[in-house]
Design a protein around this ligand. Structure first.
Ligand code: GLU
Length: 506
């Protein structure tokens, strides 16, 4: 019987950038562990040396740490069931393959690659499903011994019954059945002595006392093989849950071409860990009270995995941006500023070619060591942009006006107000400049002064503010105009107005 305290794990393979699917599965595993007072393990499944990427493991740790998806045991945190990297456990898999051979649950297969290729070609030509034909399963013990003595390379395959079916109960799908004749005599140990995923995964889940396997739906066809392995070893099966796959809008499995899949990308785009986690939790799950914005702690407090819906949740980036914006608006000004600073410092450490035109990163490059000045601009502008950004990265665009060293550049046409000539717009800016120069340099006073001017001259306030906005911020979209002027200060604001007046006078 499975222990009442859940021991769960994620077992990512280090084959590239950490995937959003890994975070998704980690989130639900962690909730199960926390809710049930159990343990959550991280195991690195790195036995496929052809796909191995040395930088990937560190990025997995980093991404999970960024998200706050901490684990109780793992390669970087230790634990009583280590080592937690499969490449450091290969002796165990070889021993377990021997155990299966001795039990008569597996056999050595000496088929050459050429024979297997020929077999596959014939199966293709005959429109048969691919699969091993069991040739070496029928070798006599003497033949097998002879091949072995000759030093022929071999793999170890599991003996799958030819008849009947193998079934298991999935938490979300009920009983799932597979006809045994559709299950291949799976290779367990490769000729290089490395295990396949199936052997290593089952051996480790057992050795690490995993009681409950919660993984993505794509592994469901592997599960009957795993069930057969548990039985062959005589071990208790874990509980099984296969989570729905995250999907693109067209319902295909989430893929790089249609949606960014790298967790590093989400971090670099300035999504908050809280926002991304919240969004992932909404993929197939909802809180009993239907609230859309909630914390990891809220989720863990009531989590019930049987409430996950198996219809493929669509990963909608726009919805994620919206939700992330909600999280940003919920931050205190100090917290938002601290995150904005940290985000840009991290971005500046690893710039991309496009960053050559990034308003904030170029400012940082022009002002090395000006950390305090940078933090001060960010802290003062954060409240002005809070309502307008959905990600930390969007800050750069909207707050660009605070990061021009010289004067902003823009097409002179942007200084011309609606239904007005350039000369009228210039005269209006001259009048604006006089009022601004005379006003107390606080947003309410500046606004009152310019509204009074609009009133006196018969301009619609909005029409008057448009050229002023361009002059002062260099952009059509900006933080609130008068707060922006106050933050920029009298000298900068007047210099920018003068520059605009000159541009219209040329
Ligand atoms: N190594 C597999 C992966 O990359 C693990 C699947 C499982 O959880 O069993 O996702």
């Amino acid at each position: 019987m499975a222990s009442p305290v859940p021991v769960v794990r994620i077992a990512p393979s280090p084959t590239g950038d950490p995937h959003v699917g890994t975070a998704y599965v980690a989130l639900f595993n962690r909730c199960v562990a926390r809710r049930g007072g159990g343990r959550f393990l991280l195991r690195i499944e790195d036995t496929d040396r052809t796909r191995y990427d040395a930088s990937s493991e560190g990025k997995i740790f980093e991404a999970l740490r960024w998200l706050g998806l901490t684990y109780d045991e793992g390669p970087d945190v230790g634990g009583p069931n280590g080592p937690y990297r499969q490449s450091e456990r290969t002796a165990l898999y070889r021993e377990m393959a021997e155990t299966l051979l001795a039990k008569g649950a597996a056999y050595r297969c000496f088929c050459t690659e050429a024979r297997l290729e020929e077999l596959r070609a014939t199966q293709r030509a005959m429109k048969l499903p691919p699969g091993y034909d069991g040739y070496c399963r029928r070798l006599t013990p003497d033949e097998a011994r002879k091949h072995l003595a000759e030093g022929r390379p071999y793999v170890v395959r599991m003996i799958v019954p030819k008849e009947g079916e193998t079934s298991f109960t999935d938490d979300l799908r009920g009983v799932v059945r597979f006809e045994n004749r559709t299950i291949d005599d799976q290779v367990l140990l490769k000729s290089d002595g490395f295990p396949t995923y199936h052997l290593a995964n089952v051996v480790d889940d057992h050795a690490m006392e995993v009681t409950w396997v919660i993984r993505a739906e794509e592994w469901i066809t592997s599960t009957p093989k795993h069930v057969l392995l548990y039985r062959a070893f005589g071990w208790d099966e874990p509980r099984w849950t296969h989570l729905p796959l995250l999907r693109n809008a067209d319902k295909s499995k989430i893929s790089k071409r249609k949606n960014p899949t790298s967790l590093i990308w989400y971090r670099d785009q300035g999504f908050l860990p809280e926002g991304l986690l919240n969004f992932l939790a909404l993929m197939g799950y909802s809180l009993p009270d239907g609230r859309e914005k909630f914390t990891l702690a809220d989720l863990e407090a009531t989590f019930d995995i049987t409430r996950v819906s198996v219809t493929g949740p669509v990963f909608d980036l726009e919805k994620l941006k919206w939700l992330n914006g909600e999280w940003i608006r919920g931050l205190s000004d100090d917290d938002l500023a601290a995150r904005l600073v940290a985000h840009h410092v991290r971005r500046a450490a690893a710039p991309t070619p496009e960053d050559a035109t990034h308003p904030v990163l170029t400012w940082m490059a022009r002002h090395p060591g000006a950390d305090a000045a940078f933090a001060s601009i960010v802290r003062r502008s954060a409240p002005l942009v809070k309502e307008r950004i959905r990600t930390l990265e969007e800050y750069g665009e909207i707050a660009a006006c605070f990061f021009h060293d010289g004067l902003p550049t823009y097409p002179a046409a942007d200084l011309v107000a609606k239904k007005r000539t350039p000369a009228e717009s210039r005269d209006a800016l001259v009048a604006v400049r006089a009022r601004v120069a005379a006003a107390e340099f606080r947003a309410p006073a500046l606004e009152a002064a310019l509204r009074a001017l609009a009133d006196e001259t018969g301009w619609k306030p909005g029409d008057l503010f448009t050229p002023v906005r361009t002059a002062v911020t260099g952009a059509k979209i900006s933080p609130p105009l008068f707060e922006t002027m106050e933050l920029l200060g009298r000298d900068t604001t007047l210099a920018r107005l003068d520059h605009a007046i000159a541009a219209l006078s040329a």
